[in-house]
Each structure stands twice: as C-alpha cells, then as structure tokens.
Design a protein around this ligand. Structure first.
Ligand SMILES: NC(=O)c1ccc[n+]([C@@H]2O[C@H](COP(=O)([O-])OP(=O)(O)OC[C@H]3O[C@@H](n4cnc5c(N)ncnc54)[C@H](O)[C@@H]3O)[C@@H](O)[C@H]2O)c1
Ligand SMILES: CCCCC[C@H](O)/C=C/C=C\C=C\C=C\[C@@H](O)[C@@H](O)CCCC(=O)O
Length: 218
C-alpha cells in the first residue's frame, strides 16, 4: 500500500504493534495519523515524539476507550482531518481469566466490529464516501486450536471471519472499501510480558512456562 499523503486512524496505538505501525507510517510519508488509546501518558509521549521529528500536527492523540467512546473519538479524528483513508482496528487485550474475558470480547470483537462498520459507512462510495481501507488485527491463534487461550483465540477467529465476510467481492465492488486482516505471530510487546490470565491456574502456569521459553523473552 502506498501510504504517502494518506490519513490513518489507528486504535490501541500508544504502545506495541500499533505504535510501531504509527512510527512506520509517518516515516513513509503518511499525511496524518490519529492515535486512539486509553493510555494517555504513552499516547501523548508518542504524539510529541513524532511531531517533533516529522512536523507539527502530523500525529494526533485522542484519548479513547474503544468500549466506551469509540464513536465520538472517531468523529473527532474525522473533524480534525476532514477524511480518513485507512482505519486500523488494532486495540486488543489477551486475558481469558474468569472475571476479565467479557472485557476481552468487548474490546477484541465488539469494538472492532463497531469501528469497522463506522469506517465502512464513512468510506463507501455508494453512500457519498470515496472508498478506503479497513485493516483489522487478528492473530495466528485464529488459525489453529490453542489449548491455553480458548477465549482469546475465539475473539481472533471472530475478527478474521467478520473481516473476510465484510470484505467479500460482492461488498467491495459496490463500496470500494477494502477489508484486510493481519494475523500476527508472537511479537515482543506488553501483551505477552509477565503473567497472562487464563481460564484456570494450570493453564496459566503452562502459559507462563511456554512464554519463558520464547525467543522474545531472552
Ligand atoms: N503481541 C503479540 O504477540 C500479538 C500477536 C498477534 C496479535 N496481536 C494483536 O495485536 C494488537 C496489539 O497488541 P500489542 O501486542 O501491540 O499489545 P499492547 O498491549 O502493546 O498494545 C495494545 C494497546 O491497546 C490499548 N488498549 C487496550 N484496551 C483498550 C481499550 N479499551 N481502548 C483503547 N485502547 C486499548 C493498550 O493501551 C495498548 O496501547 C492486539 O489486537 C493483539 O491481540 C498481538
Ligand atoms: C502464547 C502467546 C500468545 C500470543 C498471542 C498472539 O496473538 C500470538 C500468538 C502466536 C502463537 C501462539 C502460540 C500459542 C501456543 C500455546 O497455546 C500452546 O499451544 C503452547 C503449548 C504449551 C504447553 O501446552 O505446554
């Protein structure tokens, strides 16, 4: 994809993969990037770092919990930049613990679908838009059965299936909106550091031991 002079919105981009994508986009000549995240300190630090390096107002941090104020945060980005060419739904957590998994589904699935449909309705050329691209972040665990992360894996399979269905040729040909899914493998970010909540203690111990052996932990 040629990113030059394009406007991007990316959720969960204050740290990790999203922050890495943001850095790469501005380096490659993106016009603007709206960074949405709940982590205000990291989001503002990224905004300030990249604006100092690449020019004022290149990156705009907007505080956003994708389960609470996604709609108004997307509207704020649109108001600031006038159009969004590419929306990247990247915000995600990995925690299958009994008291957290519903939040995991809300962030990884519900908010991602809400963000995709909002972007789709903005961009579709059969509704006054000018086309665009939606990129949804899934995982390699969408593609095989991982015994240690059943809920997280289900959320990432849901992302893949939803995105592939929305992006089908029948939809693309009338809307000019491309929908792309990226299934990352293990990547060294906060997501895989420390202990990860699992469905029970046995799984949590196995997960901890597994991650200790990963090259990213060395
Ligand atoms: N790291 C990996 O191994 C890996 C592999 C495959 C896919 N992924 C996916 O990549 C995406 C990014 O994860 P990462 O590895 O960079 O982890 P990360 O924890 O560094 O980044 C996730 C970001 O999402 C933000 N976030 C969390 N909840 C939010 C909410 N409710 N609203 C707004 N922002 C919120 C966090 O503040 C954080 O900045 C996730 O969807 C994750 O599932 C990660
Ligand atoms: C395990 C880290 C999860 C990171 C999630 C991210 O989205 C990417 C994941 C990529 C690969 C994950 C592999 C997971 C494998 C484990 O579920 C399990 O199969 C390993 C077996 C360990 C054991 O049972 O002792």
């Amino acid at each position: 994809m040629n990113v030059k002079n394009k406007v991007f919105l990316i959720t969960g981009a204050a740290t990790g993969i999203g922050a890495g994508i943001t850095r790469a986009l501005v380096k490659e000549g993106a016009k603007n990037v709206a960074v949405l995240d709940v982590n205000v300190d990291a989001g503002e630090a990224l905004q300030n770092e990249l604006n100092e390096k690449h020019g004022a107002n290149k990156v705009l941090f907007i505080k956003c919990d994708v389960t609470q104020n996604l709609d108004s945060a997307f509207d704020e980005a649109m108001k600031q930049f006038g159009y969004i060419d590419v929306v990247i739904n990247n915000a995600g957590i990995m925690n299958d613990a009994p008291h957290i998994y519903e939040k995991e589904i809300a962030i990884n699935v519900t908010a991602l679908i809400t963000g995709s449909l909002k972007a789709y309705n903005w961009m579709r050329k059969d509704r006054d838009g000018k086309g665009g691209t939606i990129i949804n972040i899934s995982s390699i665990v969408a593609l095989f059965q991982s015994p240690l992360l059943p809920v997280y894996s289900a959320t990432k399979s849901a992302v893949l299936q939803f995105s592939n269905c929305l992006g089908r040729t029948e939809n693309f040909s009338r809307t000019d909106v491309r929908v792309i899914t990226i299934c990352f493998g293990i990547t060294d970010t906060n997501l895989i550091r420390g202990r990860i909540g699992c469905i029970d203690e046995e799984s949590e111990e196995k997960m901890f031991a597994y991650l200790q052996k990963c090259p990213t932990q060395r």
